[in-house]
Design a protein around this ligand. Sequence first.
Ligand SMILES: Cc1cc2nc3c(=O)[nH]c(=O)nc-3n(C[C@H](O)[C@H](O)[C@H](O)COP(=O)(O)OP(=O)(O)OC[C@H]3O[C@@H](n4cnc5c(N)ncnc54)[C@H](O)[C@@H]3O)c2cc1C
Length: 490
Amino acid sequence: IVWLRAGDMRLTDNPALHAAAESGNPVIPVFIQPPRCEEGGWPLAGAAAYWLHHSLVALQHSLSRLGSAVVVRRAADCGGSSAAALAALAAESGSRRVYYNASFEPWLVRRDEALEQELASQGVRAKRCAGNVLYHPEDARPDERTAAHGFGSVGFFLAAVATLPPPPPPLPPPRRLKPPAAWPHSLPLSELGYGRLPVRPDGTVEDWAAGIRRSWAVGEIGAQRALEAFVSGGIQRFEGRERFRADQANTAAISPHLRFGELSARAVLHSVRERASAPTFLRRLAWRDLAYWALWRFPHLPSRPFRPWFEAQAWSSDQPALEAWQAGATGFPLVDAAMAQLWATGWMPNYMRHVVAGFLVEFLNLDWRRFSLPVPRHGLRWFDYTLVDADTAINAYMWQNGGHSGMDQWNFVMHPVFAAKSCDPEGDYVRRWLPQLAALPVEYIHCPWEAPFALRAAAGVVLGGNYPKRILDDLEAARRASHAAVMAVR
Ligand SMILES: Cc1cc2nc3c(=O)[nH]c(=O)nc-3n(C[C@H](O)[C@H](O)[C@H](O)COP(=O)(O)OP(=O)(O)OC[C@H]3O[C@@H](n4cnc5c(N)ncnc54)[C@H](O)[C@@H]3O)c2cc1C
């Protein structure tokens, strides 16, 4: 049995699949929808769940070309836990071995340890394989020497893994997977509900995911093409300052492929190293491992401030401001364009994530980690719900830093107008995502409130009409207030 989890959606460099294929025995790949209690409070939802559905469709297709398949099960139907579902599948199929790739979220580490014991008690051996990160968190050796790089920074992490053997080259995809004599029962993928879209009372489908489908080629083949396009084309622009541009596609745009394991980090590392000199990009990849290490070492990262005294920080409770941030209706075009891109495509580039996170924390002084029901509204949870690359480790690590309480706190403030000078100098990004502002000349595109009334009228822009008025008139005062709240606890 190869137990495929949400981060394993590939054939190439999939150590668990590779090991099972090499065993020479029949191979049964299985995906089990975990019960809520195994998800550590971070159930897959929204855009990321939608992505997983399509990634599973693509994986089924790739496996069928090798004469194999993915058996789909729900833990809820098979004893209520992943362990029980695997034990049942092992009993049905006569399998004695379960192969899987290691995860590092603390709740999954605990679950996997208990699961291995439960399977062992039923005569089934589990083999945990290494492969979804470059360096396993438990192998990193952070100490005083590495902390000299700035505790929790990427330099700190690179020093902590400097003496480890380099990540091995990626494994090839299996050429063949021996099928079992009879395929065990499998649910249709649709039963998992990950790809389900809401139906209106009149029976029509509310297709909020059309923009995601248009923007991405989900699955391993799409992932490899995206990586190839970046390595053969854009990587040198990334190494320069152009990686900060929002109006140009100068980053790899592979994060959802990495999140769902359609690409392995090792495959990305080796592909880049073979073809280009790209130290800045490779630091980004190391950042991903750093986030996994941080969550593994400090399990409370998604729920409590890393620096505990920030627990006492006084936050604003301005609900309309929060809703304006979410909806991309703050009246600050750069922020609103990014939130519109997020809503439409499930993604925005790193620089824009800094801009919108900074706006929420530094100017609106809204608590990034609060939890609200039924809609997850605040920064971290809103990203988790809307990003196709939603990743608990990276998301929490970055919001902690943006929210001042993290290991590697941001020492900069992204001003929603001035930041545009480097990331959207001609206003093309804003024009793309906020077409109602498209006719404004470049000097006003990021600050439409400053445009003379007649010019706005000629451009068809009505503040408070087809584009909102600013929710903050005095950014400097807002910034001073949030700074005072930080200084009171720091
Ligand atoms: C507030 C905030 C929240 C974020 N939440 C997520 C998240 O949930 N999931 C996620 O994948 N990324 C997250 N990021 C990190 C980063 O913004 C994205 O990984 C990046 O924008 C993805 O685009 P790309 O593939 O073009 O990245 P590139 O810049 O081309 O980098 C290549 C890969 O390196 C990794 N990487 C890049 N930047 C970072 C980083 N800062 N930290 C860790 N790994 C990184 C990603 O896997 C990325 O795909 C967040 C950043 C911020 C500021």
